[in-house]
Design a protein around this ligand. Structure first.
Ligand SMILES: Nc1ncnc2c1ncn2[C@@H]1O[C@H](COP(=O)(O)OP(=O)(O)OP(=O)(O)O)[C@@H](O)[C@H]1O
Ligand SMILES: [Mg+2]
Length: 312
């Protein structure tokens, strides 16, 4: 098991896993941690959110490393970071279509040799582990072999769920999968559940979800205080531009208002007004999650600042 690996998982699709991985990774690195984000999803959406699509190999490197024992190289420095913050860095292991092949092959290996077949993924990621404070892994939806291998490699699990009945009912299955993995990986630890895609103004829905979660999971499973709001236009715009929420919000704040640009004949760029709120949600969640991690990993918690920044 790799101590500093945080897996973001929920078998259900479209609950905000990838967006959370991208934003937490970016904020942790910005605050001074050295971070590796690993995309274990054949959809490869992390490349969109972090804007490295043109440098992605679609998961080929990961496939070759796990199956053919080739050395895995990371995509270095997907964000410029404050050199004054010492070790701060954000590197990536790209996912994409080749991860589907990897998952199939791991499944075949496990059918042949049992759960030990999952171990190759951890061995490969382990060769990259020493310089990073945190390795954040984006898991695909569903319950394929790659996700199962990840659950046998990492220590911490973060489970995002929307606060609706379907989302919360689905968690029974997620936790059953985690329990299965714990038999092979006894150190596996649920860091917490994050309520995602929370519609603003629906406080009663959130309250009920928290009660339902406690009934389902018991008091011992932490449900993070901070949530990620539903802000579709902002989320889509961030992904479309390869910007994290705080980066997009900074651009929006420094952009010429569209009506002034139009009046003066400049190109009109429209920004979603919800981005600032979404960015603040990620910052607060990052603060909470990194605090929990820092305590367990016995390293200093980085300060995620509220200060606005300008992105070039
Ligand atoms: N806060 C948000 N509010 C509304 N829509 C969002 C939000 N965050 C992400 N989305 C949108 O929801 C969709 C799913 O988000 P995301 O890819 O992060 O989820 P996922 O759980 O990783 O999905 P998958 O299971 O397909 O990997 C995307 O189209 C994204 O733009
Ligand atoms: Mg995803």
């Amino acid at each position: 098991m790799l101590d500093n690996v945080l897996l973001v998982t929920n078998g259900k699709g479209g609950v905000g896993k990838t967006s959370i991985v991208a934003n937490l990774a970016g904020l942790a690195a910005k605050a001074g941690w050295s971070v590796l984000a690993v995309d274990l999803d054949p959809q490869g959406n992390l490349a969109r959110d972090l804007g490295y699509l043109d440098r992605s190999d679609g998961g080929q490197g990961l496939l070759a490393a796990v199956l053919l024992d080739q050395e895995l190289s990371v995509i270095e420095g997907v964000r410029p970071l404050d050199a004054a913050k010492g070790a701060a860095r954000l590197d990536v292991v790209a996912g994409g279509p080749q991860v589907a092949r990897l998952s199939d092959q791991l499944g075949i290996e496990v059918a042949r040799s049992g759960p030990a077949g999952y171990g190759r993924l951890g061995e490969v990621i382990g060769t990259l582990a020493p310089p990073y404070d945190l390795i954040l892994c984006d898991l695909p939806p569903g319950d394929g072999a790659i996700g199962r291998a990840a659950l046998r490699m990492g220590r911490f699990v973060l489970v995002p769920t929307p606060p609706d009945d379907a989302g919360i009912d689905g968690l029974g299955r997620v936790f059953a999968e985690l329990q299965l993995a714990s038999a092979d990986n006894p150190g596996l630890e649920v860091l917490g559940v994050v309520l995602s895609l929370v519609v603003s103004g629906a406080a009663a829905v959130e309250r009920r979800a928290r009660v339902d979660l406690e009934v389902l999971l018991g008091e011992k499973v932490l449900v993070f205080e901070h949530t990620i709001r539903f802000a579709q236009a902002a989320a889509v715009a961030c992904r479309g531009r390869g910007l994290l929420a705080h980066e997009y919000a900074a651009r929006a704040a420094s952009a010429t208002p569209w009506y002034r640009a139009k009046a003066s004949g400049q190109p009109v760029e429209r920004y979603s007004s919800a981005a600032a709120g979404l960015a603040e949600d990620y910052r607060q969640l990052a603060d909470e999650v990194l605090g929990e991690l820092a305590g367990r990993l016995d390293i200093a918690k980085p300060a995620t600042s509220k200060a606005r920044e300008v992105v070039g």
